[in-house]
Design a protein around this ligand. Structure first.
Ligand code: SF4
Ligand code: SF4
Length: 198
């Protein structure tokens, strides 16, 4: 295929433009206008707090389920998705409704985290979200490793299902099934879910 070449001509300056003085005066006028109509854009932090956009990616939070418990099922998908290996999870068995495991340890190392949000995207059951807090300073490195006890927020509730969200989404024909009785019906239908011990 032939390569198309487009020749661009260097613009010729008029004698007026070659003086450069009008441009300098124009620039100074803009500076003067900013001086006269001066509006401070700095914020007197921490007395004043900046309003953040709704999709701001701050420190993580673990939302609660309807019973006020941690929703996480320790599937470790967030741990795998994290590009900086900032998340470490140790699972333990759980026999609560709809879950087999829960996190015994769930740590995020904020010395490594780049706030990309991949972990939140990877979570199949809305058990991890990016919060709005950004105050992260610490006097030592250990203080930057946050445990689940630090970022669990019982005031943030989620009603998404905790077992195989995609499957339940499909079974609900576009509606996420988020009521325990609906989920139980799907389990009976498919036979793929069995309660522990049965
Ligand atoms: S926000 Fe990104 S870097 Fe931070 S823990 Fe999640 S996946 Fe890892
Ligand atoms: S992906 Fe969600 S449910 Fe799985 S371990 Fe991470 S936070 Fe918990």
């Amino acid at each position: 295929m032939a390569i198309k070449i487009k020749l661009l001509k260097h613009p010729e300056l008029t004698w007026y433009e070659k003086l450069y003085l009008p441009q300098i005066v124009g620039g100074l006028m803009i500076t003067l206008r900013h001086l006269i109509h001066f509006k401070p854009i700095t914020i007197q932090y921490p007395e004043e707090v900046k309003e953040l956009p709704p999709r701001y990616r701050g420190l993580h939070i673990l939302p609660a389920d309807d019973d006020g418990e941690i929703r996480c099922v320790a599937c470790k998908l967030c741990e795998v998705a994290c590009p900086t290996q900032a998340i470490s999870i140790v699972a333990e068995p759980a026999d609560d409704y709809g879950i087999e495991r829960r996190p015994k340890v769930y740590n995020i190392d904020f010395m490594r985290c780049v706030f990309c949000g991949f972990c939140v995207e990877a979570c199949p059951c809305d058990a991890l979200r990016m919060g709005m807090k950004y105050e992260l300073s610490s006097y030592n490195r250990a203080g930057l490793v946050h445990t689940k006890e630090v970022f669990f927020d019982p005031n943030v509730r989620s009603h998404a299902p905790r077992d195989n969200a995609n499957f339940l989404y499909e079974m609900g024909k576009g509606e996420i099934l988020d009521k325990p009785e609906e989920v139980e019906n799907v389990k009976k239908l498919t036979g793929t879910y069995t309660s522990s011990g049965s």
